[in-house]
Design a protein around this ligand. Structure first.
Ligand code: ATP
Ligand code: MG
Length: 358
């Protein structure tokens, strides 16, 4: 019987801004693909509590981005009858579980987390590091385990978080002699250039906080402007100079988005990526030509997403209702896990009269 249950997927995004190409290739594209297999029970969370860990002084920003992120989800093709959408702060189990889990994690373990380390550095917290920010990996373990999720489609920056979640699951099941928590695993993008998509400025990660993004909802002229001013190989000064494709953001984006049919449509003089890269490396191929091709590719990829978003923007009350209904369902699902947890820890004092049996 047990094996017949659908496998559960959980992921989320911080409502700190609109979603961008990094989210798309790192996680959203995979979520849509998994959703459409019909084999999984998928939950997608708007992580407003996690967003507050470094935006406590600006809750309005988080609030304004809740429906924005929902629109991005629907725009990329996540569907309310196949995926459950919810808001993190609406699920009390997600802040009760970290209370129990935090006793299973040492401070030094948190401090060793490479993602936390680099995020702290990026935000210049110094001595003003919020406790909530430091402990968000524990909260993230609660998000995943509350839904008993097996699969978490994410970019590579999230691997240390998954590792931390597995450690908590193992400690919990061992200490409380149970097997109620499920060990999650990451589902990374199929293509290595998507694991951590670089920014338009060549920075190692496209990130809302770094302002180096192309957003999914971006208008065609703005996409073009951003592509044409993208960072490339700094040593490729003249068309005839040999160029480098490794680490070159324009080629990284092409690896992430180009399909053979785009060559036939927009650049028929090349058979495919190999020939294009070979020409660039040899010299004689200008950045402008490659950027124009990339612009055509991105316009083709983003047009249907933008159209779907505009359609949903006309129906905002429906979007709101989808999120509200999803949050109710998620609250029930996570509440059941919380009951399992409290039972395993034997702190379910008033659910039975075991306390009287000295
Ligand atoms: P913030 O700057 O507020 O942290 P962010 O742009 O890093 O925002 P998150 O909401 O933290 O975005 O990330 C949500 C999901 O998108 C995660 O699964 C993360 O791995 C993935 N992701 C974000 N940026 C990228 C990227 N540049 N490349 C690949 N995946 C990404
Ligand atoms: Mg992030």
């Amino acid at each position: 019987m047990e094996n017949k249950k659908p496998k559960i997927i959980l992921t989320g995004d911080r409502p700190t801004g609109s979603l961008h190409l990094g989210h798309y290739v790192g996680s959203l594209r995979k979520r849509v693909e998994l959703q459409n297999t019909g084999k999984f029970d998928q939950f997608v969370m708007i992580a407003d509590l996690q967003a507050l860990t470094d935006n406590a002084d600006n809750p309005e920003k988080i609030r304004q981005n809740i429906l924005e992120v929902m629109l991005d989800y629907l725009a990329v093709g996540l569907e309310p009858d196949k995926t459950t959408f919810f808001v993190q702060s609406h699920i009390p189990a997600l802040y009760e579980l970290p209370m129990y889990y935090s006793n299973l994690v040492t401070m030094s373990r948190l401090e060793r987390n490479p993602t936390i380390k680099s995020e702290i550095k990026m935000r210049n917290f110094e001595r003003n590091l919020p406790v909530g920010f430091m402990t968000y990996p524990i909260s993230q373990a609660a998000d995943i385990t509350a839904f008993k999720a097996k699969y978490v489609p994410v970019g590579e920056d999230q691997l240390p978080m998954l590792e931390q979640a597995r450690e908590i699951v193992n400690s919990f099941n061992r200490i409380y002699k149970c097997d109620i928590l499920v060990e999650p695993e990451a589902v990374l993008p199929d293509n290595a250039s998507c694991n951590r998509l670089v920014g338009t400025d060549g920075n190692t990660k496209m990130s809302k906080s770094l302002g180096n993004c192309i957003y999914l909802a971006e208008e065609p002229e703005d996409i073009k402007k951003k592509v044409m001013s993208m960072f490339t190989d700094p040593n490729h000064l003249r068309v005839e100079d040999p160029g480098q494709v490794e680490g070159n953001p324009v080629f990284i984006y092409l690896d992430a988005f180009s399909k053979p049919e785009y060559f036939a449509e927009f650049l028929p003089e090349y058979s495919g990526m190999d020939e294009l890269k070979e020409h660039y490396t040899r010299g004689g191929l200008g950045d402008v030509k490659v950027k124009k091709f990339l612009n055509n590719v991105l316009q083709a990829e983003l047009a249907p997403i933008r159209e779907r978003r505009k359609m949903w923007e006309q129906k905002l009350p429906d979007v709101y209702d989808i999120l509200k209904a999803g949050s109710k369902k998620a609250r029930e699902t996570a509440g059941k896990t919380l009951e399992d947890v409290r039972r395993s820890m034997k702190i379910d004092y008033f659910d039975n009269d075991n306390l009287l049996k000295m």
